[in-house]
Design a protein around this ligand. Structure first.
Ligand SMILES: Cc1cc2nc3c(=O)[nH]c(=O)nc-3n(C[C@H](O)[C@H](O)[C@H](O)COP(=O)(O)O)c2cc1C
Length: 179
């Protein structure tokens, strides 16, 4: 699929068919992540592939807005070693988006579940909840979880209406680039 076709078709899919994602397809998603750029080429990320149904159900309770994980075939938890890079958030975000774009190209749907800076409940952060559940070491920060599977909902690809030309300046802030 051509790159712009992939970009248009990437929509957040939160309901999935009960069909497993083959191992070689999951490996392709990870290859896409490994193709990401990173600051100083430090590559601070670590990915956790979760397909255990009980764990997926527990992850779906990490916070509000994660419930779609209960029907996902697989989740990739995106973490990074903050002691290795001061810009691990940027590095891990790009890798997460590579996974989402590769998912489209491979006929899958996916959605991003924000974990960093989100709460599980009044006392516990979503990050602590995921860390405890998956035995993630302290120096690894949890950015997000990408829920993945064969879509059980159809969404229109994005159209030109999403282009926000008013948010683009030319040479100086506030000067129109395009009318
Ligand atoms: C940083 C970030 C955090 C997000 N967090 C969540 C989330 O926790 N739960 C969720 O269902 N979707 C989440 N999303 C998906 C957005 O809601 C979605 O991308 C947005 O509504 C646009 O829709 P689209 O992805 O179909 O274009 C997140 C997306 C980003 C980039």
């Amino acid at each position: 699929m051509e790159l712009f076709e992939v970009l248009r078709r990437r929509r957040s899919i939160r309901r999935f068919q009960e069909k497993a994602v083959p191992r070689e397809i999951i490996e392709k998603l990870l290859e896409a992540a490994f193709l990401s750029p990173s600051s100083y080429n430090k590559r601070p990320w670590h990915f956790i592939v979760v397909d255990d149904r009980e764990l997926l159900k527990k992850l779906s309770k990490a916070k509000l807005g994660a419930s779609g994980l209960a029907t996902a075939s697989v989740a990739i938890v995106v973490t990074a070693d903050e002691s290795r890079s001061d810009v691990w958030i940027e590095d891990a975000s790009i890798a997460a988006e590579h996974i989402q774009l590769a998912a489209v190209a491979l006929g899958l749907g996916s959605f991003w579940i924000q974990i960093r800076n989100r709460m599980h409940d009044e006392e516990k952060t979503a990050e602590e909840y995921v860390r405890d559940l998956l035995n993630i070491p302290k120096n690894y920060r949890v950015l997000c979880i990408i829920g993945i599977g064969y879509p059980a909902e159809k969404k229109r690809p994005h159209g030109k209406d999403i282009f926000e030309w008013e948010k683009v300046s030319y040479n100086r802030f506030g000067e129109h680039f395009k009318d």
